[in-house]
Design a protein around this ligand. Structure first.
Ligand SMILES: [Cu+2]
Length: 104
C-alpha cells in the first residue's frame, strides 16, 4: 500500500470511529467539585458525576448551562464549544464552586 492510500485509510477510520476530543470527569464528593478547576480545549466534553448522597445541581454563572438536580451517581455531560472561562456553582449549595477554562 502506498503512503497516499495509507493516509486515506486513516482518515476513513477516524471518521468511522468518530474520533473526538477528550472527555474530562469532574466528580462531586463531600460538597466539593473535584477537580475544582480544569483546563480543556474547545469541543471537549466535561462529565460531572455526583458521588454524594445529597443532590446537587450545576449552573454556569453566565447561564450558559444548567444541569438537572443530580442524584447519587447521576451524570451531567456538557460540551464546551467556545473559548472562555466558565465558572459554575451548585444552586443548592452556593458555596460549591468550580471553573472550566477553555483554551485553544
Ligand atoms: Cu450541591
Amino acid at each position: 500500500m502506498n503512503a497516499l492510500k495509507s493516509i486515506a485509510l486513516l482518515i476513513l477510520l477516524a471518521a468511522a470511529f468518530d474520533v473526538h476530543a477528550a472527555d474530562v470527569t469532574v466528580e462531586i464528593k463531600k460538597f466539593l467539585f473535584e477537580p475544582k478547576e480544569i483546563t480543556i480545549a474547545p469541543g471537549d466534553k466535561v462529565v460531572f458525576v455526583n458521588r454524594d448522597e445529597t443532590p446537587h445541581q450545576i449552573k454556569a454563572d453566565n447561564g450558559s448551562f444548567v444541569s438537572k438536580a443530580l442524584d447519587t451517581d447521576d451524570r451531567h455531560e456538557q460540551v464546551f464549544a467556545t473559548v472562555g472561562d466558565f465558572s459554575y456553582v451548585c444552586t443548592l449549595h452556593p458555596f460549591m464552586t468550580g471553573i472550566v477554562h477553555v483554551k485553544k
